[in-house]
Write a new protein. Structure first.
Length: 200
C-alpha cells in the first residue's frame, strides 16, 4: 500500500463550496472523527478500504466530481457513512444516531444515500442525543465544560459523509480499550458479530 502525504496529494475537488477529500489528504478532525480515524489507520499502513469524504455535505448539493470519485472506487457497491463533527469523539460518540447506508450501487442510489445520511443529522433521535449530551456537559466542572463540543441541540450539525468501498465481511466488531461498563483499563472488550456490523 502506497501512502501519499497530504502536501503531495491531489487538490480537493470542489463544487459550490463542497469539497471531496481522499483519505491521504486528511490531516485533522475537521472532517469528523470517523473520517479522521480512517485516515490515521491508513497512515499506519493498515488495510483500509478505499474511500473519499464529502466535506460539509448538504441535501441535494453534490460535488461535480462525485461520479468520478465513485467510479475510482470501482463503481460498485459502497457504504455511505456519517462523519459529523464530534462523532466518534472523546466527549460523545453519537453511536447509532446518524444513518449509514450499506450496499449502495450506482450513482443515483449513491445520491439518495448521501441525502439520507445528511438528513439524519436533524432527526429526532440525534436531537435528543444532543440534548442529553448538552445536559451532561452542563454538569461538568468549569475546567472541563469548556472543552470543544460538536454543537448544541439548537445548532446544525456539520455533516461530512464518507463513501467507502464495501467489503465482504466475515466478521465485524468493535474493540474497547477499556471496559465500557466498569471503566477498568486493564480489560479489553471486543464485541463482534458474523457478517456486517448492523447487529452491533
Amino acid at each position: 500500500m502506497t501512502i501519499h502525504s497530504a502536501s503531495t496529494g491531489p487538490e480537493p475537488r470542489t463544487a459550490g463550496g463542497t469539497a471531496i477529500l481522499q483519505l491521504p489528504q486528511i490531516t485533522d478532525a475537521s472532517v469528523g472523527g470517523k473520517a479522521y480515524g480512517l485516515a490515521r489507520l491508513l497512515r499506519m499502513n493498515l488495510a483500509v478500504p478505499p474511500a473519499f469524504v464529502i466535506c460539509d455535505a448538504r441535501v441535494d448539493l453534490f460535488p461535480d466530481a462525485l461520479g468520478q470519485s465513485y467510479r475510482e472506487l470501482g463503481g460498485e457497491m459502497v457504504a455511505v457513512r456519517s462523519s459529523a463533527l464530534g462523532e466518534d469523539g472523546k466527549e460523545a460518540s453519537f453511536a447509532g444516531q446518524f444513518d449509514t447506508v450499506l450496499n449502495v450501487c450506482g450513482e443515483d442510489e449513491l445520491r439518495r444515500a448521501i441525502n439520507r445520511c445528511v438528513a439524519s443529522a436533524t432527526n429526532e433521535r440525534a436531537r435528543r442525543y444532543q440534548q442529553e449530551q448538552q445536559g451532561q456537559q452542563a454538569l461538568l466542572p468549569p475546567q472541563e465544560s469548556g472543552r470543544q463540543r460538536a454543537s448544541s441541540a439548537d445548532e446544525p450539525v456539520t455533516m461530512n459523509v464518507v463513501v467507502q468501498r464495501m467489503v465482504a465481511a466475515r466478521v465485524a466488531g468493535v474493540v474497547f480499550t477499556a471496559d465500557p461498563a466498569s471503566a477498568r483499563r486493564d480489560l479489553l472488550v471486543i464485541d463482534a458479530v458474523a457478517g456486517l456490523g448492523e447487529a452491533l
